[in-house]
Design a protein around this ligand. Structure first.
Ligand code: HEM
Length: 533
């Protein structure tokens, strides 16, 4: 009897086992054939590009090899138009300046959104980088005056105070024998203090107090796990955006929540006590876009960094609703913290690294800024934003080491790409490989040599439009550009006034970059020597 039962169970198990194996094979075959079909997308359109691998497309290459190297290799091998795949999604790389103008400016409406992304804290879909269509238009139109040169002038004193604290702390350290610094940590402390003061009216003094909870939490937001990020790309958005997934995987969400709760309590306190502060949060709380032009005359000083002219503002016309919800305000404040801190810190670090390798450039900077400080050791906002060598130095840093490697847009309708005969179908993601463009010898002779003279006023006109894109271009360019430039210029002027930097045994030449899923240039470390002048 028991042996009969045993053989029946064995047979049932055998059948279930075979069914399971069959199911697995069928699923694999389904994915194999659907990927094979998906991966013939560019071949069918006679567009070349790197060979994709099942499941990942061309994503793995970007994670497993040094990103700047991959960017240059693809650009040299496949030219100015080539196709790649993000998982199975076709993605067109476009590097020709005229076509870039078409995508970012002329046909902006057809390319008004970035590619949709899943995952992260639920509020982030309301932030300006991720917002789409009319939601983006409204948020951007309301937030734009927050970053005008008039508002920057009002924030100048606040940033100057952070700079003073930073230089004082550094001065103490160098007097006590510190003679070597890791620049990203050093500059990160300054930019954290600036963004905390300007976005949240909160003084962190991060350099002197690195364990303050605001600072440690903000540092943690940026520690994104590559594998969690990859999972978010592969899994369907219904799973990734579910509360259960967020709770289990928690890719930095508790850290974002810390700032959201913090900002919510600030808003409550300000409303209850009728308090007013001079920070981004207040500007967003009060924001109502004034009628007419959203630009001011002195905004033109920095316009060359984004190929800007009046056409850029057209994308924001006819915005009727002029208020933000509380969730939208929270999402923008969190974004300013994340978008504004590492980007500027890394730019400052790359620039100081180049100064350490080029003592002659340090002398030129010192001579220029020396004249610009008044007898109290202060520098006026207008004077600072007009110093030609300082501007050229930062421009060359942003060319040579741009923070963002590629600009991204999603086609919202079918578009013919110039007269190339290439039709970009609705839903295809278009990428502009700005790192590679910035290192094309046709636009920048001897592109890997750091040479600020390329951007001096007498030479700047030789730069072909849409080949210098560190802040993007068009109506969706970097809204924080003027803020970032002000913060960086102020720090460089002050730091070069007091200190000299030099190459030491721990200085990596050339810079070693981390392998990352993120679309950014991330040096492993930037160590230089430091001495008082
Ligand atoms: C050196 C520092 C910075 C660099 C190199 C930089 C670079 C960029 C780039 C390349 C883009 C994409 C532009 C495009 O797609 O055309 C961008 C977008 C953006 N940046 Fe920055 N950024 C910097 C600093 C900042 C700061 C300080 C803030 C805010 C406080 C900020 C806020 C933003 C926002 C909100 C967007 C999205 C704009 C939109 O979609 O309308 N950035 N940035």
């Amino acid at each position: 009897m028991s042996s009969l039962l045993g053989s029946v169970l064995q047979r049932i198990w055998g059948t279930i086992g075979w069914c399971l194996i069959g199911l697995v094979v069928a699923v694999m075959a389904y994915y194999y054939f659907s990927w094979r079909n998906a991966f013939s997308y560019w071949k069918d359109r006679h567009i070349c590009g790197p060979k994709p691998v099942p499941i990942f497309g061309n994503v793995l290459t970007r994670v497993l090899r040094s990103r700047p190297f991959v960017e240059m290799e693809w650009y040299k091998k496949y030219g100015k138009i080539y196709g790649t795949y993000i998982l199975a999604k076709p993605c067109l790389t476009v590097a020709d300046p005229e076509l870039i103008k078409q995508i970012l400016v002329r046909d902006f409406n057809a390319f008004r959104n970035r590619q949709p992304r899943s995952g992260g804290y639920s509020l982030v879909i309301k932030n300006m980088v991720r917002a789409r269509d009319d939601d983006w238009k409204r948020v951007r139109a309301i937030a734009s005056p927050t970053f005008s040169s008039g508002k920057m002038r009002k924030m100048y004193a606040l940033i100057d105070r952070c700079c003073e604290d930073f230089i004082d702390s550094l001065d103490k350290d160098v007097s006590n024998g510190v003679n070597e610094v890791e620049l990203r940590r050093l500059m990160g402390a300054y930019t954290m203090d600036v963004i905390a003061s300007c976005a949240f009216a909160t003084k962190t003094n991060t350099y002197a107090d690195p364990n303050n909870p605001f600072t440690t939490t903000a540092f943690n937001i940026h520690k994104v796990s590559v594998w969690k990020g990859m999972l978010e790309m592969i899994l369907p958005s219904v799973i990734v955006n579910s509360d259960i997934y967020r709770r289990i995987v928690n890719n930095g969400i508790i850290y974002s929540k810390f700032f959201v709760d913090f900002t919510r309590s600030l808003i409550k306190k300000r409303k209850e006590n009728h308090e007013k502060h001079n920070d981004f949060l207040q500007l967003l709380m009060d924001a109502e876009r004034p009628e007419g032009d959203i630009r001011e005359a002195s905004d033109a000083n920095e316009a060359h960094h984004v190929n800007e002219d009046d056409s850029q503002c057209r994308g924001l016309q006819r915005v009727l609703e002029k208020k933000l919800t509380e969730d939208e305000i929270l999402a923008q404040c969190l974004l300013f913290l994340t978008a504004g801190y590492v980007t500027t810190a890394t730019t400052l670090s790359h620039c100081t690294y180049e100064l350490a390798l080029n003592p002659g450039l340090q002398d030129r900077l010192y001579e220029e800024t020396k004249e610009a400080f008044n007898e109290k050791g202060e520098m006026d906002y207008e004077v600072l934003s007009r110093l030609p060598f300082l501007d050229a130095l930062i421009s060359e840093t942003l060319r040579n080491s741009p923070q963002t490697l590629r600009l991204k847009r999603e086609a919202m309708e079918d578009v013919m790409l110039g007269n190339t005969g290439v039709k970009i179908k609705k839903g295809v993601v278009v990428e502009i490989p700005l790192y590679a463009i910035h290192h094309d010898p046709d636009y920048y002779p001897d592109p890997f040599t750091f040479n600020p003279d390329r951007f001096m006023p007498e030479n700047r006109d030789h730069i072909q439009p849409y080949t210098y894109l560190p802040f993007g271009s068009g109506p969706r360019n970097c809204i924080g550009m003027r803020f970032a430039l002000l913060e960086a210029k102020l720090a460089l002027a002050n730091i070069s006034h007091k200190f000299r930097f030099s190459r030491v045994a721990n200085t990596d030449v050339p810079v070693v970059y981390t392998k990352t899923l993120l679309n950014v240039l991330q040096p492993k470390r930037l160590v230089v020597g430091i001495h008082k002048r």
